[in-house]
Write a protein that binds this ligand. Sequence first.
Ligand code: CAA
Ligand code: NAD
Length: 302
Amino acid sequence: ISTRAFATSSARAVINNVTVIGGGLMGSGIAQVAAQNGNHVTLLEVNPELLQKAQTNIATNLTRVAKKLYKDDPNAAQQFVEDAKKRIQGTTKAEESVGDADLVVEAIVENMEIKHKLFKTLDEAAPQKTLFASNTSSLSIGEIASVVKRKDKFGGLHFFNPVPVMKLLEVVRIPEQSEETYQAFMAWGKSIGKSCVTCKDTPGFIVNRLLVPYIAEAIRMLERGDASAKDIDTAMKLGAGYPMGPIELADYVGHDTTNSILQGWQKKFPGNPLFVPCESTKKLVQEKKLGVKSGEGYYKYN
Ligand code: CAA
Ligand code: NAD
């Protein structure tokens, strides 16, 4: 977590009003981090119940961050939470969510058709100045951008789970993206306390291109019976310095997510052995054992 409660970057002049689309796991984290760094945030969800759920999650995680930032000052911690919460307003109307947005970050379901429908609507409704970004894990940014007119103002801003904790932001370029847009993305990332890396629009960008095949290979090792889940995890934590082992991480990310990433890549790039989905993961998804979020995956959670 950045120890800078508020940003000082010159990006503030460019990006101050941020609209986050989708208040699930990632969107609520993105909205939180933007608000705690001084941005005015509009959060769009599909219905009032999900909006409320997102706002509750944000409040809980803001409290965790505040406790860490203001260990010895509970009043300051409370003020920090209240201030950040005040900067987030919720809506369920897509057209209204982008009224004065400098930047839109989309974090909805990982489905090209649904993302296309959303961005078409937003492109019509948003002012000329608004930059558009997708937080997609595995889809092509260029393909998502194909439905908007403002391709020069489009890119990938890929955050990591848990967003308030993970320091990285991948800034994904597409050929049509202007230098100004790229610089604004980089400056905004820095202003919300992230370390930015830049990459081209290839499957999985940097992290997921390496991480997803690594997780799949660990699961195949487990499927062959070469070692237990616990021993694979212990090995990678103590032998390679990872904070979580690959099987734990698979449960943490969610098997629906990794499975659909691999299925999508396999369909698009058949023949690449790194992109083959795992049989035991497919079975877990069928049984709705999605990992930590459903209480069971390769491990059980209470
Ligand atoms: N919001 C705010 N703070 C949070 C948080 C959240 N959602 N989750 C954890 N924290 C804080 C905790 O409060 C705790 O703070 P203190 O140190 O002050 O107590 C700190 O983070 C550590 O948390 P925990 O003690 O609960 O547990 P931990 O030490 O095991 O750390 C972890 C948890 C940060 C998740 C760590 O295990 C880790 O880094 N794991 C790897 C995560 C990873 O690889 N993420 C990327 C997944 S891939 C992805 O996201 C891309 C994609 O497209 C699929
Ligand atoms: P999630 O299912 O937790 O949240 C998605 C939210 O979007 C849901 O609450 C849903 O109600 C909402 N939504 C769906 N359609 C919408 C619409 N048209 N308008 C407004 N809201 C809508 O999913 P997530 O894990 O937060 O993933 C979101 C995006 O982030 C995906 O593209 C995913 O690939 C990417 N991502 C996920 C992770 C991860 O570890 N889960 C990490 C990085 C990136």
